[in-house]
Ligand binder design. Structure first.
Ligand code: SAM
Length: 278
């Protein structure tokens, strides 16, 4: 029975699981918080969850408790494997453990014909954004929802709109594939050890396929170029991009209804998509 497992604090003590900062390890040992994350992903009864970086397994337990049909965890640090195995032993065969680097594991292939797949994670800060970009640019998209904890500033950059200070490439890419919403914030003191900054959970629901923007590579390059010089007018910052792609700058901007004197933070996601559709 899951309820009979030792508490997470005991697990950390029993197995000597000190945090390795290089792997972005900040644990959520309060199951009220992990239960709240698992609730965001519901309904789970027909879903397979890919959980990245389970650590001592707090969120893993919450996902199983919330009746997930199956959970596959991908953890890089082998010190956590015994604690995860203890959870697997009382999970009625619903928990599978992969030891590996989630940046290299192809989750869609690993989970084979388990569908639908949702992703849930308290992501390591150092590679969280990279993982999200990888999942957004998967084609075909193997997941139907992602419930992800990031440092708060990154979460704000995912949901930001024109005029917000965090608006840029990450918002444009994320919102070209998904509807993105900020669910709740988690103060730094909720983690062990506490990180320097607060965190927040974001829920990403993929748009219908026909509404997803296809050429994300080009859109990423365009938005990165524009926001790389955020204070500059687009006629200046996008000059090298236009040259690279043989575009007549003024005509290209005009075709998307963009004033050459505009700055990137004033343009909607749709306008960036239109600029990336030449
Ligand atoms: N989910 C646990 C929790 O909430 O207490 C731990 C979260 S901790 C922020 C991030 C976890 O991701 C750690 O367990 C760390 O070892 C793991 N991790 C870091 N980089 C990883 C990678 N590239 N692939 C898989 N796991 C990784």
């Amino acid at each position: 029975m899951l309820e009979n497992l030792p508490t997470l604090t005991e697990v950390v003590r029993i197995y000597g699981l000190g945090a390795n900062k290089k792997l972005g390890q900040h644990f959520l040992l309060d199951m009220n918080v992990t239960d709240k994350i698992a609730r965001l992903a519901q309904p789970l009864t027909d879903c397979h969850i890919a959980e990245i970086g389970p650590g001592p397994g707090g969120l893993t337990r919450s996902l199983l408790k919330a009746d997930a049909a199956g959970v596959t965890v991908i953890e890089m640090d082998e010190r956590f494997l015994p604690a995860l195995k203890d959870i697997a032993d009382v999970s009625d065969g619903r928990l599978s453990i992969i030891k590996g680097d989630a940046l290299k594991v192809h989750i869609g292939h690993e989970l084979g014909n388990q569908r639908p797949i949702k992703i849930a994670a308290n992501l390591p800060y150092n590679v969280g954004t990279k993982m999200l970009i990888n999942w957004l640019t998967e084609d075909p998209l193997f997941w139907t929802q992602a419930v992800l904890m990031f440092q708060k500033e990154v979460a704000e950059r995912i949901v930001a709109g024109p005029g917000d200070s965090g608006y840029g490439r990450l918002a444009i890419l994320s919102q070209s594939v998904c509807t993105c919403r900020m669910a709740f914030e988690v103060p730094a003191k909720s983690f062990s050890p506490p990180p320097k900054v607060d965190s927040a959970v974001v829920v990403l629901d993929p748009l219908p396929k026909a509404k997803r923007f296809q050429n994300l590579k080009l859109l990423g390059e365009l938005s990165q170029t524009a926001f790389g010089q955020r204070r500059k007018m687009l006629r200046k910052s996008l000059k090298p991009f236009a040259k690279k792609y043989d575009l007549i700058l003024e005509d290209w901007l005009a075709s998307a209804g963009v004033e050459p004197t505009a700055r990137p933070e004033t343009l909607s996601v749709e306008v960036f998509q239109s600029l990336a559709s030449f």
